[in-house]
Design a protein around this ligand. Structure first.
Ligand SMILES: [Fe+2]
Ligand SMILES: [Fe+2]
Length: 130
């Protein structure tokens, strides 16, 4: 797969993550715990697949910031896995602040670390939102 093809997949993943995060934020705000649970499980699968994809791209292009970027992925996935592991016995109300913190971390990562990766791989890329 070429770096450009990786980027196409990554951009589509980001749209999927943003859509899921919007649904999760809404479910968290209205205290819909059943929906939160299923969205969080879906988000874990999506993030795991997506981070592996970005990892493959960083290896393919020899990205200089790969270690720091990978560490952010590992931390976010660890947090999400621990949220999901405790869902079976924790009160969702107690876990909601962690869910919100994870959403904020994931969105900030896409805006900063992923954008830096995108610019390194495609120097002519337009900034997000253009
Ligand atoms: Fe990403
Ligand atoms: Fe990333």
């Amino acid at each position: 797969m070429t770096p450009e093809e990786h980027i196409d997949h990554i951009v589509r993943d980001h749209a999927d993550i943003n859509e899921l995060v919007a649904q999760l934020r809404a479910a968290t705000e209205r205290g819909d715990h059943a929906t939160m649970k299923s969205l969080l499980m879906g988000l874990e699968m999506l993030e795991a697949k997506h981070y592996a994809r970005e990892d493959a791209l960083m290896r393919a292009v020899g990205y200089a910031q790969a270690d720091a970027h990978r560490a952010e992925h590992a931390k976010m996935l660890d947090t999400l896995r621990s949220i999901n592991a405790t869902l079976v016995w924790e009160n969702m109300r107690a876990i909601s602040p962690q869910v919100v913190a994870h959403i904020e971390a994931a969105v900030a990562h896409m805006l900063h670390a992923d954008e830096a990766l995108n610019r390194a791989v495609s120097p002519g890329a337009a900034p997000p939102g253009d």
